[in-house]
Ligand binder design. Structure first.
Ligand code: NAP
Length: 310
């Protein structure tokens, strides 16, 4: 299908940045089309509960928050397309966006493709993904009722997801490569006070072992070099993220970590192309900061289009 219409704005990626951008753009009558990618809502849709998005004193479920974002954007004229973008031609104007189902043209683009979980890249990780290895406690936690699971990482995600897993698992052992956590103090306190949670410090997984499903992990103490094999039924990996930028490589300016470079107006190295959320932010990575970036990008795109008309 070719959508010959020249859209005012196409939004690529449907996490908080994309959906907030869609809300602002649609309220300015830009009639944006947002391509959801593989997962409407992005990472937040796999978050059990969001406790730090203002307006929800008791917290709100990730999927419910995404649904509310979507409804609010649609109410003002956003079109949500359950489609995946495969190519973007930034060299022509209007910009050309190719998806699985067709071609679209737009005067402005908002890139909000987010980030994906980083992998450990050790033997067994790929083989046992979905068979005991997981990157999402909300998605897979219920498979581990009364099981012993390992969590890898020392940041907010590792602790938050590890604590969530204590609802199901018998024990949660957090393996961290240092002897100090990166996570915030509140989460640290909760983890230290939870009787199901224990820590293995200064250590890294070197292999995930099993037959068909995960049965054990090899854990190496990075200070002594000693390696032990530890029985476990699940391995949850939360060691940070990698931005989803395959579509932009060689086309837009990126930093040395691979994040899209934006100025304070969320503009990328190409005028009329904006980026928001985790694809352009390795630092804050919160629902509220991503949504704020999306709103700012849309406001700037509105301004850009107004200036084009003059
Ligand atoms: P992160 O803060 O980057 O932490 C990643 C953790 O994984 C670190 O402890 C790091 O160890 C470890 N790590 C990295 N690469 C590793 C490797 N190859 N092998 C073993 N360990 C490795 O990532 P995150 O926890 O996903 O959090 C990302 C951002 O989202 C942060 O800004 C965080 O505050 C935010 N976040 C906030 C909340 C919340 O506020 N409730 C919840 C989730 C995430 P080192 O510490 O040694 O570097």
């Amino acid at each position: 299908m070719e959508d010959k219409k020249i859209h005012k704005m196409l939004i690529i990626g449907s996490g908080p940045a994309g959906l907030a951008g869609a809300l602002y753009a649609s309220r300015a009558n830009l009639e944006p089309v947002i391509f959801t990618g593989m997962q409407l809502g992005g990472q937040v849709s796999t978050t059990h509960i969001v406790e730090n998005y203002p307006g929800f004193p008791e917290g709100i479920g990730g999927p419910e928050l995404v649904e509310a974002f979507q409804k609010q954007a649609e109410r003002f004229g956003t079109r949500v397309e359950f489609d995946q973008v495969t190519d973007i031609d930034f060299s022509q104007r209007p910009f050309k966006v190719t998806t699985y189902s067709g071609e679209y043209y737009a005067e402005t683009l908002l890139l909000s493709t987010g980030a994906n979980p980083r992998h450990l890249e050790i033997p067994g990780e790929v083989e046992f993904t979905g068979r005991g290895v997981s990157y999402c406690a909300t998605c897979d936690g219920h498979f581990f009722q009364e099981k012993n699971v390992i969590v890898v990482g020392g940041g907010d995600s590792a602790l938050e997801e590890g604590l969530f897993l204590t609802r199901f698992a018998k024990t949660v052992t957090i393996v961290h490569r240092r002897d100090e956590l990166r996570a915030g103090k509140l989460l640290q306190e909760r983890a230290f006070n939870n009787p199901k949670v224990s820590f293995i410090w200064d250590s890294a997984l070197t292999e995930i072992v099993g037959e068909g499903i995960v049965q054990s992990v090899k854990v190496k103490n990075l200070k002594t070099g000693e390696e032990n094999e530890m029985p476990t039924e699940g391995v949850f990996i939360f060691i940070g993220h990698i931005p989803n930028t395959e579509l932009y490589i060689g086309k837009l300016e990126m930093d040395d970590q691979g994040y899209v470079v934006v100025d304070k107006y969320m503009q990328t190295s190409i005028p009329g192309v904006y980026a928001a959320g985790e694809v352009a932010d390795s630092h804050f990575r919160q629902v509220i900061t991503s949504a704020g970036m999306g709103a700012a990008a849309a406001m700037q795109a509105i301004h850009y289009l107004e200036n084009q008309i003059k």
